[in-house]
Structures are given as structure tokens and as C-alpha cells.
Ligand binder design. Structure first.
Ligand code: MLT
Length: 271
């Protein structure tokens, strides 16, 4: 790396001078869902995984939240860490909704997109009504009721049967969500824009990953994104549900490593 300081160009090495990978978690989760990626991908990228507002150890700020706000929070973190753009943005489910917004608002910051277990479409009227019901339930019954309702749908049935420790770990991550965070995120998901028109405009390398047995977002949604995003790569993870990065971390990490290497090669070619 060479930077201009005062009257000369100073060369220097920086151990974290790697392409940055921003991992944006789903709902109601936090950066703890990315442990296998934080452990394995550090040699291939500078890996940054925020807890979105109201989630995990981030402050339980009251809503309303919006996807624009969550995307802006992520960009604020990159700026705070003085991360050199462009970066690879990976979002799982709700994190994918944030990734679409980040791409729309700050396309110059994005070197590549990884869309995991997510969809482009907005909520239907029925889905919006369900978000309101879920938010009311969180206010009345707290986050644990939300967690127990969602948890059986997050992992593929075969993963849950084979790996009860993973079920417990995911439960603990979910329980760290504050009521403010859960309600704020439900509102933000309810009111998110339809990203379908964005798909044809995406002009950065895009990797789509989906668990074959996802019970929350049907795999057909990922296939539709793959058809609509020019040149996108589609990886189906067998024996995985809504959290393929945790259910089959080896396959997931290999897909990310190939993608990161491809983008680093492209960026070096451009330099
Ligand atoms: C998520 O996993 O982030 C949410 O289930 C997505 C959604 O409810 O639309």
C-alpha cells in the first residue's frame, strides 16, 4: 500500500489490509451467528460483523427502525473503522434486506454482494399484518415467546435432530435481542421496499446461497434472484435450512473463499 503523507509517498504494510467482508445478521440474531465465518475467513478477508441496533450487545435503542437506517449504521461502522472501500457485503435474510438497501444507497462502497437465505420482494398485506401481530406479542409476552415460535423454523429438521447443541446456541443468540430491537426490526421489515427492480441494476459480482430445506424463505425466491441478477452464482446447501452458514459451515465458507478470491483478483486487475 502507498499513501501520500505530507511531501512524499510512504509505503507500508498493514496486516489487516485485506478486502473487507461485512456480515449482516438475520432476525432476531446477532454477530454470534457468524462464528464459523469469523473463525475461518480471517485469512481471506478483514471480517466485520456488527450487531444491528437493538440486537446482541448493541444498544437497545427504541424504534422505529428502517432498512435505510440499518444500512446507514453499517456504513457508519465501516467509516469508524477506517475501512477502505469497496467491500464485500453479505446479508442473511433480514441482513439481505439491509444489503439491498446498502447497495442502493452506497453502490460505490460495494465490491460484491452475497445474498444468503433472503428474498427481493416486499411483504404482502398478510405478511405486514403478521409483523404487527409479532410486534404486539413481543410487547406483551417478551422476546422469549418470539424465539420459541421461530426457532423450530430456523434450522432444517435434520440439523435440529442431529445437533441439539446448535439449537441451544441459536436460541441463546436470539434471546440476546432486546424487545426494542425486535419491534424495531419487525417494523423495518414490514415497511421495506420491494428490491425486485434493483435486481436488474446490480452490476457487481453476486453470490446467492440458500439452504435446500429453508422453511422460512422458499428456495424459489433465491432461484428468482439468480435469474434476475446478471452473472450471479447460485449455491444450494443440502441438508440446511435458514442458517446454512451454521448448518454446513465448510461448504458455506468454501463458497465465500472462492468468491472473495475472485473479487480480490478483479480489484487487483483494476489497480
Ligand atoms: C430473518 O431471518 O431475518 C427473518 O426471518 C426474515 C423475515 O422475517 O422476513
Amino acid at each position: 500500500m502507498v499513501n501520500q503523507f505530507g511531501d512524499f509517498n510512504m509505503a507500508y504494510a498493514d496486516s489487516s489490509d485485506r478486502l473487507a467482508l461485512l456480515l449482516i445478521h438475520g432476525f432476531p440474531l446477532d454477530s454470534g451467528m457468524w462464528v464459523p465465518q469469523l473463525e475461518e475467513l480471517g485469512g481471506f478477508a478483514r471480517v466485520i460483523a456488527p450487531d444491528l441496533r437493538g440486537h446482541g450487545e448493541s444498544e437497545a435503542v427504541a424504534g422505529p427502525y428502517s432498512m435505510e437506517m440499518l444500512a446507514h449504521d453499517c456504513v457508519g461502522l465501516l467509516e469508524h473503522l477506517a475501512i477502505r472501500p469497496p467491500v464485500v457485503v453479505c446479508g442473511l435474510s433480514m441482513g439481505g434486506y439491509v444489503a439491498f438497501e446498502l447497495y442502493r444507497q452506497y453502490p460505490e462502497l460495494v465490491a460484491g454482494l452475497i445474498l444468503v437465505a433472503t428474498r427481493a420482494g416486499a411483504d404482502s398485506a398478510e405478511a405486514k399484518a403478521n409483523r404487527d401481530k409479532a410486534a404486539e406479542s413481543v410487547q406483551t409476552n417478551g422476546v422469549p415467546a418470539l424465539v420459541e415460535g421461530m426457532l423450530p423454523k430456523l434450522l432444517a429438521p435434520q440439523t435440529a435432530a442431529a445437533d441439539p447443541a446448535l439449537v441451544d446456541a441459536v436460541r441463546l443468540i436470539m434471546l440476546a435481542t432486546s424487545p426494542e430491537g425486535a419491534v424495531g426490526a419487525l417494523q423495518a421489515m414490514r415497511d421495506r421496499r420491494d428490491s425486485t427492480p434493483t435486481l436488474a441494476e446490480i452490476n457487481v459480482p453476486t453470490l446467492i446461497i440458500h439452504g435446500r430445506d429453508d422453511q422460512l424463505i422458499p428456495i424459489a425466491e433465491a432461484e428468482a434472484m439468480h435469474q434476475a441478477i446478471k452473472g450471479s452464482t447460485f449455491v444450494v446447501v443440502p441438508d440446511a435450512g435458514h442458517l446454512p452458514n451454521l448448518e454446513n459451515p465448510d461448504l458455506f465458507n468454501d463458497a465465500l473463499i472462492d468468491f472473495l478470491e475472485e473479487i480480490e483478483g478483479m480489484l487487483e486487475g483494476e489497480a
